[in-house]
Design a protein around this ligand. Structure first.
Ligand code: 13P
Ligand code: SF4
Length: 303
C-alpha cells in the first residue's frame, strides 16, 4: 500500500513538473520521494537551482516562504499548511523596527527560521550552517541578532571580534534541554560523542564534543571513526543516521527532542498536494519578496 502511494507520488511529480524538497527532520518515507533533502541552508540553494515550475516543500512554513522569495515565478506549496516553526513567529516586524531605532549603528542579522515579513527589515540572513562564516565576513562590528538567543550566543562566543546584541527568542524544542540531561546521557553512554545543534542552551553546548547544523551533525557522525553518538537535535536525525550507518549506534540526547510541526507532514499530504487537493500555496506580495530577498541574497554572497 505504502509503495503504491510512493509510486503514484513519483509519477505525479514528473507529470506535473514538481520538485519535492524536504528538510532532514522529515520522516524517512518523505525523504525517499524527495528530489532534494538537507538542512535549511542547502534547501534554500536547492530551491533556487531546480528547473521545475512547481516546488512542493516538506518542512515548515518559513522554508516554503524562502523558496518563494528565491523563485517568485514558481508555484510553491507547503505540503501541510499547518506546519509552522514556533520560533519563526516569535517577533513581529513592528517590534524589530522599534528595536532598530534604539540601535541605529547595528546591522540586523536574522535567522532563516523567521517569517518573510521579518526578513524585510534585516540586512543579512543566516542559517545555523552558515552563521559563523557570514557574521565573520560582515563589515559592521555591531550586530543585532534575531530571534534565537542560543544560536546568537554561540555566534558571539565564536566571533568575539563582533559586538552582538541578542533578543530573547529561541527554539522551544532545543532550548528545553538542560545540562543535567546532557550529563545523564553522557553517563549512560560513556563511549559516545555528544553532537548538538546550536539552538540548544549554552549549558548544553558546553557539554558537547561537536556543535553544528543538522547537516554538519550528520556529516560528522558519518565520517567519524567513533562508533557511538548522542544526538542533540530533532529525534528524526537519530533514525536517519541509524538507517544510513547500521554499524554505528545513535542515541537521542532526550526523547523530548521532537518538533511537532516537523512531524505534521505525512506521505498522504504529499500525495494530496500533488493531486491539487491539499497543501498551502505560498503567496507573498512583490514588496515583501523584493525586501526579504535582499537579506537572503546577502546570505548566499557572504556564505
Ligand atoms: P538547520 O538549519 O540545521 O536545518 O536547522 C533548522 C531547524 O529548524 C533547526 O531546528
Ligand atoms: Fe522551529 Fe525548533 Fe521545530 Fe526547528 S525544531 S522547526 S527551530 S520549532
Amino acid at each position: 500500500m505504502i509503495n503504491d502511494i510512493k509510486n503514484e507520488i513519483l509519477r505525479l511529480k514528473k507529470e506535473k513538473d514538481v520538485c519535492i524538497i524536504a528538510h532532514t527532520y522529515q520522516g524517512e518515507e518523505i525523504l525517499e520521494v524527495a528530489d532534494y533533502t538537507g538542512d535549511s541552508y542547502k534547501l534554500s540553494l536547492d530551491a533556487k537551482k531546480t528547473s521545475c515550475k512547481n516546488i512542493l516543500m516538506c518542512g515548515v512554513r518559513f522554508m516554503a516562504e524562502t523558496a518563494k522569495i528565491l523563485s517568485p515565478e514558481k508555484r510553491v506549496v507547503l505540503a501541510n499548511g499547518d506546519a509552522g516553526c514556533p520560533m519563526a513567529e516569535q517577533m513581529s516586524r513592528e517590534y524589530i523596527e522599534k528595536i532598530k531605532k534604539e540601535y541605529p549603528d547595528y546591522s540586523v542579522v536574522v535567522y532563516i527560521n523567521t517569517t518573510a515579513s521579518l526578513k524585510t527589515v534585516a540586512d543579512v540572513c543566516v542559517t545555523s550552517a552558515s552563521a559563523l562564516k557570514i557574521v565573520r565576513n560582515m563589515e559592521n562590528k555591531n550586530i543585532l541578532f534575531i530571534p534565537d538567543c542560543n544560536l546568537g550566543g554561540y555566534i558571539a562566543e565564536n566571533v568575539p571580534e563582533k559586538n552582538i546584541k541578542l533578543l530573547n527568542g529561541g527554539c522551544p524544542v532545543h532550548a528545553q534541554i538542560t545540562a543535567d540531561e546532557a550529563k545523564a546521557a553522557k553517563c549512560a553512554h560513556k563511549d559516545a560523542l555528544l553532537l548538538v545543534h546550536p539552538e540548544c542552551k549554552k549549558e548544553v553546548v558546553n557539554e558537547a564534543d561537536f556543535v553544528g547544523s543538522t547537516s554538519a551533525i550528520i556529516d560528522f557522525a558519518k565520517k567519524s571513526d567513533k562508533k557511538e553518538f548522542i544526538i542533540g537535535t530533532e529525534i528524526s536525525i537519530v533514525e536517519h543516521l541509524q538507517f544510513d550507518c547500521p554499524d554505528k549506534k545513535f542515541y537521542p540526547l532526550s526523547k523530548k527532542l521532537v518538533c511537532d510541526d516537523m512531524k505534521l507532514t505525512t506521505l498522504m499530504d504529499v500525495y494530496s498536494a500533488l493531486k491539487g487537493e491539499g497543501g498551502l500555496e505560498i503567496t507573498l506580495d512583490c514588496d515583501t519578496i523584493e525586501k526579504a530577498r535582499h537579506c537572503i541574497d546577502e546570505m548566499i554572497r557572504l556564505g
